[in-house]
Write a protein that binds this ligand. Structure first.
Ligand SMILES: CC(C)(COP(=O)(O)OP(=O)(O)OC[C@H]1O[C@@H](n2cnc3c(N)ncnc32)[C@H](O)[C@@H]1OP(=O)(O)O)[C@@H](O)C(=O)NCCC(=O)NCCS
Length: 309
């Protein structure tokens, strides 16, 4: 079908929110799973809201040139070492018509101009997105378990190894956070850390793990927006720091409610400790990279907002 791929404008905002919600809810319902968004038809506006505040102009849409309807939308995040691909959606009326590929080609083209890899996090349960990405040269590099833990109302104050070394991140930590992420994952995202620390929307938070030597050995971001709650991304030298950071965030912001976080499936001891606390698997995701990839040298957990790969 003929589509025009063009930058997303503020005038597209409501239609994009509706498109994301309809697309995801339709796909999950079709595959016998509960919808991602319920109730408020503007719930998925959280993506435009956050990305517009983080870096305006990083959204694109595929517009049906015949009807003018938006067939698909996607966000992208240029960073020093890579381009991140954010939430990708096609309206169910346009599934299988090439809208997803058109959006993807546009973002791959931008990344190729800068000679950067493209990274994303895609559902391992979703053959449609898996096929879209792998047909366009992406390679699955890491499996993540999406886990949900219902945090007790009284908190997780017991047995948090290393909790004393976790503190709020400040803007002075940004350079060290970037250095750590380059060492662990080969990428960095200063813009995202700053955004969580400065917290202009009032729903993000960032913590760091400061070792005795004063080095920053881990950090975690979290989001408690009314439409989207999650702990991550988390980057840490080892499971020890990652566990302290994730539990710290759960304990502070998620008491008495369920919290979502992703863990690398090969960090088996960390996964087992979360099972011991009652965490349940709800989905699997893949880190997919098109272009150069450095194997993780530590723990790196993704998030869906800001999206990381
Ligand atoms: C995933 C999604 C974005 C795909 O968009 P789409 O417009 O339907 O995809 P396209 O029509 O462009 O086709 C995708 C490609 O995968 C290929 N493909 C699809 N199913 C395939 C399969 N089972 N095996 C191999 N290739 C397959 C298609 O041939 C096409 O390749 P091509 O561009 O080389 O022809 C869309 O299904 C969607 O929005 N789903 C719900 C939300 C979602 O899953 N979002 C992604 C994660 S956030």
């Amino acid at each position: 079908m003929p589509f025009e791929v063009r930058p997303m404008s503020p005038d597209d905002r409501a239609e994009v929110a509706s498109l994301i919600q309809v697309s995801l809810n339709f796909w999950y319902r079709l595959h016998g799973r509960p919808p991602i968004f319920s109730g408020d038809p503007m719930a998925a506006d959280v993506f435009f809201e956050v990305y517009h505040a983080l870096e305006p102009g990083c959204g694109i849409v595929a517009q049906d040139t015949a009807s003018g309807l938006l067939a698909g939308s996607c966000f992208f995040h240029p960073r020093p070492h890579h381009v991140g691909l954010g939430i990708m959606n096609v309206h169910p009326n346009y599934f299988g018509t090439g809208a997803g590929s058109a959006l993807l080609r546009y973002i791959i083209g931008l990344a190729e101009q800068e000679a950067k890899p493209v990274r994303l996090t895609s559902s391992a349960l979703n053959l449609d997105s898996f096929s879209l990405y792998t047909r366009h040269g992406f390679v699955p590099r890491q499996v993540f378990q999406d886990m949900v833990l219902v945090v007790p109302a009284g908190g997780l104050s017991d047995a948090q190894t290393g909790a004393a070394r976790v503190r709020d991140a400040t803007l002075h930590d940004v350079a060290a956070m970037a250095q750590l992420e380059v060492a662990v994952s080969g990428i960095s995202r200063e813009l995202d850390y700053r955004f969580a620390i400065e917290n202009p929307l009032g729903c993000f938070h960032a913590s760091v793990y400061e070792a005795e030597s004063r080095s920053i050995d881990g950090f975690v971001l979290s989001c408690t927006h009314r439409s989207f709650q999650m702990v991550g991304p988390c980057v840490a030298r080892s499971e020890r720091e990652a566990e302290a950071l994730i539990l710290g965030e759960l304990d502070r912001f998620f008491r008495g409610r369920p919290a979502l976080f992703l863990l690398p499936a090969d960090q088996a001891a960390l996964v087992a400790r979360m099972y011991d606390r009652g965490a349940r698997n709800v989905e699997l995701h893949l880190c997919q990279v098109r272009g150069s990839f450095k194997p993780f040298a530590g723990v790196s957990t993704p998030a869906f907002l800001p999206e990381t790969g």
